[in-house]
Design a protein around this ligand. Sequence first.
Ligand code: HEC
Ligand code: HEC
Length: 216
Amino acid sequence: MMRRNNIVVFRFLFPLVSSFILIMLMLSSAYASDAKKGAALAQGLCAACHASDGNSVIPSNPILAGQHYSYLKNQLNYFQVKEGESKAKRENAVMLGIASGLSSDDIDNLSAYYSQQKIKPSYASNIELAKAGEVVYKAGDDNRGIPSCSSCHGPRGLGVPGQFPRISGQHATYTASTLKSYKNGSRANNNQMMEISSRLTEGQINALAEYLAGLE
Ligand code: HEC
Ligand code: HEC
């Protein structure tokens, strides 16, 4: 009796388990090969500016390592001029030229690759300035109608995949410049950040950027 039951269980379970394993193998190899293709593209097209693992050492070029997949994918699309539109939502001469040549598969693969790299965070060099930034980051500024940044980006600036990008450990030069782009409208791909940046003073922008560079 015992033996028969075992055989029945085996007959039903074996195909189930083996097809499950097969599906897992197919999924994992698809995922791995995407990032692999992305790595090859990145070496040829992006490494000169963002470094081969996405840890750019040039302060005006953002660090891409460890950024969320969906955020990277969105930005590469925003840099492109879409059909029926006269300009890109996120205007940048350098990235326009580069992103225009990428297919949607390339964008997927590159985003998978960079999101899987480990960030080597930047650092704050002006501690007084960083401290002033910390106050706005955590509490916002009621007088100017600025919400706390941590309410969306989190206390450590790690963001939420699919919703809010990681912003900690980024070069201060890049962060300040992109907040100014939201403010002046050349980065017009997100209403929340355009609204918030329009209320920040230049001094607050520089302080926040300095704080974020050293936040981990
Ligand atoms: C010649 C230098 C250069 C090259 C090459 C380059 N980038 Fe960039 N990249 C930049 C600069 C500068 C910015 C900042 C643009 C801005 O301020 O809006 C940027 C921004 C980005 C961003 C936005 C990051 C963020 O945090 O919002 C992504 C994503 C990106 N690049 C991906 C790539 C990929 C992928 C490649 C290769 C296919 C590439 N870049 C090649 C200079 C470069
Ligand atoms: C209501 C939610 C919300 C709040 C509050 C908020 N952000 Fe953002 N932030 C976002 C979203 C969403 C994005 C992604 C927008 C996009 O795709 O460009 C973003 C993007 C950014 C970026 C661009 C990152 C990059 O790599 O280019 C920076 C920098 C940033 N936020 C800083 C701040 C700062 C500083 C504050 C506080 C003064 C703040 N944010 C408050 C939602 C928020």
